[in-house]
Design a protein around this ligand. Sequence first.
Ligand code: ADP
Length: 435
Amino acid sequence: MQHNWSRHLRYTLASLAGTTLAGLYLGYPLYGLISGLGAYMLWNLYQIHRLAQWLAAPNDTTEAPQSIGIWGILFEKLHKLNQNHLQTLDRLRARIDRIQESTNAMRDGVIMTNARGTMEWWNGSAEYLLGFRRNTDQGQYIFNLIRTPAFRSYFDAKNYHEPLEIHSPSRPHIHLQIQISLFGNDDRLIVAKDVTRLHQLEQMRRDFVSNVSHEMRTPLTVISGYLETLADNAGDLPAKWQRAINTMGTQSSRMEALITDLILLSRIETSEHTQSNTPTDIDCLVRQICQDARTLSGKKQHEITFEASGAHFLKGDEYQLRSAFSNLIFNAVKYTPAKGQVSVFWSTNSEGGHLSVKDSGSGIDEIHLPRLTERFYRADPSRHKDTGGTGLGLAIVKHALINHDGSLEIRSQLGKGSEFTCHFPADRLIEGPEK
Ligand code: ADP
């Protein structure tokens, strides 16, 4: 380039010298130089005009103008750059087409929005699952098309660890699982998965458990009733019959407790996100449960204390809250040796309300903690025979808390006692019921 430029400079100077010499020959050297410079300027202006015309051409593929000297080199360079640019564009377009083709082939709906929820792109499955239309919905707010309030809260909360389940806005029989990922400049990639089949299976399982429990309840009540009558009149029977009747009585009570818990769990599970906003007086509720726990402790004489601070009222379903708290407090009594301590605290802060149940009991090995809220999971199966537990208590607690947008935190160490804490969000707390 440097070499071409110096050659061009040499040619230009030589031409100017030529016109000056021609002027000298005619007796006007200055006019010769001026006319040489003028011609050079006109030529440059003409080349600039051609360049401007080429750059303004609407079609990128228009051939670059041909020229000589430095302008020829410039046009050729620009032409090459343009060609490279066009090739890169073609490659990128092909890649985008391929990505779009593959995402269109996906069975899950995929949607791209910006941070405010303006729809930028979506695949074919999103059109089917969510009812979006390619021509009219581009640039729309996604909240105008998916109007479920839970979706808006999920989108804004930016906490995408757990997916959200909603009904499809265009096909209500379709159950969708929504998962959002953040990318770029706070943009969102939304994936909608059709989980209708899974949902139906889950519903069938719940219905089955609930129906079986209800069906078993009546015959069991009859059996227990007769066993009680037999036990009342067992005085005349031989000792081995008395033992048999007592054992049958104990086992039928266990089964009754199991069926009661199964019915309660399926009720709590099916009542989805509780809509009940009844203010529940936590202070009063927990005091009553602690009183029942003292009766349960009986001769074991546990020291059961309760302390509360902050707002006492929680919006929710009192029945479910009672079940959750009593399961935790009764467990603390069951798994703590005689004369042990059970301390219950209620406190509030900017994050919400917290009910913690702490005991000085046997504790739980940390390997069991992640699975403790599963149905029938027991940390120490040999121990549950003495406690008469059903194995459903913590599953009931977990589901009752989910229904109140809450969560359960478990801290425990073998031999050092346990602490179970229920966390509730701040928007469920109220100072007192409205009069
Ligand atoms: P269960 O009816 O057997 O008590 P839960 O679901 O209430 O069933 O509890 C599950 C298991 O968790 C229990 O079997 C027990 O091993 C353990 N567990 C629950 N609470 C405590 C506690 N406070 N201290 C020690 N272990 C506990």
